[in-house]
Design a protein around this ligand. Structure first.
Ligand SMILES: [Zn+2]
Length: 108
């Protein structure tokens, strides 16, 4: 992938994140109002984002072609690793899991 394609890809991913954020915001407003009927008109997807692919480099060296992408612009296979617990409660829970003895395997 050359620099021009890379820049275009970066621009599209930025546009995708903006579209996703606008969508989430509109949905949050609707949720806060208690989901009144009819649902609000959500922002429509810009035509250039239709069919946006993940584009991550695969083991074969080719760009990933999956179109089911997350907010970060990557597919479920290339979204990256989990960053772990973020809230203090979650961190405490994770730390506690390390101290618990392993559960014995139960056979039916
Ligand atoms: Zn992918």
């Amino acid at each position: 992938m050359d620099d021009e394609q890379e820049a275009e890809r970066r621009r599209l991913r930025k546009l995708w994140r903006e579209y996703h954020a606008a969508h989430e915001e509109a949905f949050a407003v609707w949720r806060d109002q208690g989901y009144p009927y009819p649902p609000p008109k959500l922002p429509s997807m810009p035509p250039e984002l239709v069919g946006l692919t993940c584009g991550a480099k695969t083991r074969a060296g080719t760009p990933c072609k999956r179109k089911d992408i997350y907010e970060n612009g990557r597919c479920p296979l290339h979204g990256g690793l989990s960053t772990g617990p973020t809230t203090p409660e979650g961190k405490a829970k994770a730390a506690e899991n390390g101290r618990k003895p392993k559960r014995k395997k139960r056979t039916p």
